[in-house]
Design a protein around this ligand. Structure first.
Ligand SMILES: [Zn+2]
Length: 185
């Protein structure tokens, strides 16, 4: 096992979790069946990287499209009206900047930015994409890893909110975000 952020193997287990308990809790609290996501993974280890202090769960299990479709049915899931991180990030974005938001949901962050900003969003969830597109936003269904390979234009700002915890390979994710950013961006 190695740390997904710094790749160190100096990691220790803090707690071992039976995924059967996670499956039961999801069913009881939210009525969502996550058993498919954990098939072949009876145990998850809550792990601490002693090199960089990151805490993470191992093995890395990511939610699939069905899982996020189901979560999105809850009103609270995409409640993006009161996010302090949007306000915080928006002060670093200049008039006319080109902004890429990775995992943009229904594109709520766009409304925190000057109208002169050229905004592009990346998202997996079809319903969220349709909502964003209905608002006239440029939102593509594309992983940032692929986008960074093919994008013909680099962005002044590449940002992402509450996404990293859903990503199974964060180091690759960060590298792709950096690749989609202009020099000095
Ligand atoms: Zn680490």
């Amino acid at each position: 096992m190695h740390c997904p952020a710094c790749y160190s193997d100096k990691c220790e287990t803090v707690e071992t979790i039976n995924t059967g308990d996670i499956i039961k809790l999801y069913k009881r609290v939210l009525g969502i069946d996550v058993s498919k996501l954990f098939s072949g993974t009876p145990l998850i280890e809550y792990t601490h990287c002693l090199a960089c202090d990151l805490r993470f769960f191992f093995p890395w299990v990511s939610g699939d499209e069905v899982f996020y479709e189901e979560l999105q049915e809850f009103d609270w899931y995409y409640d993006e009206t009161e996010k302090p991180e949007y306000l915080f990030a928006s002060q670093f974005i200049a008039e006319g900047a080109s902004v890429l938001e990775v995992g943009c949901g229904n594109g709520a962050f766009r409304s925190f930015l000057p109208t002169s900003v050229a905004y592009t969003g990346l998202e997996f969830n079809d319903k969220a994409i349709r909502k964003a597109q209905a608002l006239g936003l440029d939102v593509k269904k594309c992983p940032v890893e692929k986008y960074a390979e093919t994008a013909d234009l680099l962005h002044d700002v590449v940002c992402s909110f509450q996404v990293i915890e859903h990503v199974s390979e964060p180091r690759k994710f960060f590298a792709s975000c950096a690749k989609a950013t202009k020099h000095g961006g």
